[in-house]
Design a protein. Structure first.
Length: 259
């Protein structure tokens, strides 16, 4: 039975779920399912293809990968996608030629990486394999991938080797992502291994920029990363509650709200 018409972001999340389950989707079938025109479905698929979330083929699309390695990452990338794109563009503009920066492995940081196309003589340190591939294709960008065990959930390296590699460095800026953040618990994550790597990144950076859309504020996960006092700049969207903005500013964090 067809579903009621969905908002664009919700529809694209559903398309991603169908791809993960079935391996492919057809334009005509999606049109009937979501009660939208085939032109709208093609626009959805084209946008998702530009984001690296699927591969277009005649009459529809196929999954970017048939393995589970990137499925979880791709699902997260579809959540609050427009906010992440705006945050990513704003963050990329803060990187200057000649700097050494750490890029975390989150989906919002991936949006930042997609916008880093003009920097020169830049050194990027990352644990994210997909982020390394993205920025490594830019002329003049040198990429160092921290070693360790592969985390399929984040498509990144974790563990003692990754932590050691990061703690042996001093970088100008860290662009960090998080699963959740609030005034009491600070930054938190569902994985202790991932949280430890993020903490090592913070210890290595002169300045830390947190890239997080407003939906993550007020949440708390299992593993602590760092208190908010260790964040210098928060780059987010313009939907933070007034109380949240005040709380963040009380921690002496510079607030950049994208529109």
């Amino acid at each position: 039975m067809p579903t009621p018409s969905l908002l664009t972001a919700e529809r694209r999340v559903r398309i991603g779920e169908l791809l993960a389950r079935n391996g492919s989707v057809r334009v005509n079938e999606l049109s009937r399912l979501f009660r939208v025109t085939e032109v709208t479905v093609r626009s959805d698929l084209d946008a998702m293809a530009r984001g690296g979330l699927l591969v277009r083929d005649r009459g529809g699309a196929i999954a970017h990968t048939s393995t589970s390695l990137s499925t979880a990452f791709e699902k997260r990338a579809l959540e609050h996608a427009e906010q992440k794109r705006r945050i990513g563009r704003a963050a990329a503009a803060l990187v200057e030629d000649g700097e050494t920066v750490i890029l975390d492995a989150g989906s919002t940081v991936m949006e930042m990486a997609r916008n880093m196309t003009t920097q020169k003589s830049l050194t990027v340190v990352t644990t994210g394999l997909n982020i390394a591939a993205q920025v490594g294709a830019v002329p003049g960008v040198h990429v160092l991938v921290a070693g360790g065990f592969l985390s399929p959930e984040t498509v990144s390296t974790v563990g003692a080797i990754a932590e050691r590699d990061l703690e042996n460095l001093i970088v100008d800026k860290l662009f960090l992502s998080t699963q959740a953040f609030n005034a009491e618990s600070g930054l938190t994550d569902v994985s202790l291994d991932v949280a430890r790597v993020k903490a090592a990144m913070i210890r290595s950076a002169r300045r830390t920029f947190l890239l997080a859309d407003s939906s993550k504020w007020g949440l708390s996960m299992f593993a602590k990363v760092a208190p908010l006092t260790q964040i210098d700049v928060l780059i987010t969207d313009n939907a933070l509650p007034k109380a949240a903005r005040k709380s963040i500013q009380n921690f002496d964090i510079e607030l950049m709200e994208t529109t």
